[in-house]
Design a protein around this ligand. Structure first.
Ligand code: ADP
Length: 375
């Protein structure tokens, strides 16, 4: 404090040279505020101001008035209660016009307050930054949870929607069958047949839903054993053949015998049924289906192609999504729920394989499954 109330070298140099100092002398640095140089005329009127201070004209006039009344040429002047200025008053030769240099004195308390203000500002900025950073991290972390939640909600609503149709058909057919209690079962055969079809459709749907929900919660246990994939496909083709013959579809199969792979036999059977069932479902009468399966050193490659209705390019990416059905399929008589291929994809992925489809509307489809031979 003692240092700061004495005129310093900076003030002297400012008075003489007219240049405001670029740097503060180290010993005064803490208490030194801005400097102002005021050039006066012989009548003590301000003629020129060069200043680093944020004062206006009336402030300078009041300060100069105060300094001109001081008996000492240097000292300290108080202005408006909370401001202190060191001042130096000199008469410069040869004009004999006075020059006043003032320098704000920053008290320890003031500099502490300034420091706190700056720290406060930095803290505020840091808090704002932390707020936005944590907001973005939280959103980032919540994204997969939101996605899983949406998937679950969609799954439940799609499943209920799919179950509503067979239930509705069963209910209306039952009403028709029980409307005339005097009629025999044979006379109502048509209604009972419809109920049978819808019940088996519902059973398949519920089974698929169960498997998918188990896969979601990782409850679907996979029992991997060595088995003959050629045999699995051969049996499935034999089982499904009568179904194809109903619509005069011919199946051509070329299956390499003794293709041993390590995997879940039941799931691979299910994969074969899904793909063959689709090929028959989406191939019109008198169409053809080709099944080819052979093994190279690393993989077993299964190709199932048909001469069916084909799939439009815009649907190719989506057919493996749950409940996705190409427009028109849902409203047609073809029984399906849009779950088959999503299950097929899951089965293939679980066996570290891949499934791709090539298709053209009106020209048929070709599904290629590659399964690694793991021993
Ligand atoms: P869906 O139970 O409806 O058959 P999938 O998941 O098995 O459900 O198939 C999804 C959609 O992909 C089907 O609705 C159908 O539009 C299309 N699709 C699947 N396989 C074939 C195929 N071989 N030929 C033409 N379209 C097919």
């Amino acid at each position: 404090m003692n240092d700061s109330v004495s005129v310093n070298q900076n003030m002297l140099l400012t008075a003489l040279s007219g240049e405001l100092p670029e740097t503060r002398l180290s010993s005064y640095r803490k208490h030194q505020g801005g400097i102002a140089r005021l050039q006066l005329d012989a009548l003590s009127q301000i003629t020129e101001v060069s200043s680093e201070l944020t004062l206006d004209e009336t402030d300078y006039l009041s300060i100069v008035e105060g300094i001109m009344m001081m008996s000492e040429n240097s000292g300290i002047i108080h202005y408006e209660n909370n401001h202190m200025y060191l001042y130096l008053r000199v008469i410069l030769k040869p004009t004999d016009e006075p020059v006043i240099v003032i320098q704000e004195v920053i008290s320890t308390l003031q500099s502490l307050l300034n420091f706190l203000k700056r720290i406060g500002l930095v803290l505020l900025l840091a808090l704002i930054l932390i707020f936005f950073a944590s907001l973005s991290i939280t959103q980032h972390a919540l994204a997969p949870i939101k996605k899983a939640w949406k998937k679950q909600v969609d799954f439940t609503s799609d499943a209920s929607h799919e179950l509503r149709t067979p239930l509705f058909i069963i209910q209306t057919n039952l009403e028709c069958a029980t409307d005339n209690p005097t009629e025999t079962i044979q006379e109502n055969e048509q209604w009972f047949n419809n109920i049978k079809i819808e019940t088996s459709r519902m059973t398949k749907l519920v089974n698929d839903l169960l498997t998918l929900s188990r896969t979601d919660s990782n409850e679907q246990a996979i029992k991997k054993v060595d088995f003959n994939l050629g045999e699995v496909f051969g049996n499935t083709i034999a089982m499904i053949k009568p179904y194809a013959e109903k619509t005069n579809i011919t199946l051509y199969a070329s299956i390499q015998p003794d293709m041993i792979m390590n995997g879940d036999e039941e799931l691979i059977k299910r994969l074969a049924v899904i793909l063959l069932d689709n090929a028959i479902k989406y191939t019109p009468s008198y169409g053809k289906i080709f099944i080819c399966a052979d093994q190279n050193v690393r993989n077993i490659v299964i190709k199932i192609s048909d001469t069916g209705i084909g799939i439009g390019k815009e649907h190719i990416d989506k057919i493996f999504d749950r409940f996705y059905q190409v427009d028109g399929i849902r409203s047609s008589n073809l029984q399906g729920s849009g779950l088959g291929l999503s299950l097929a994809k899951w089965i293939v992925t679980e066996h570290n394989g891949s499934i791709v489809v090539e298709s053209e509307v009106g020209n048929g489809s070709k599904f290629v499954i590659t399964l690694p031979v793991v021993r």
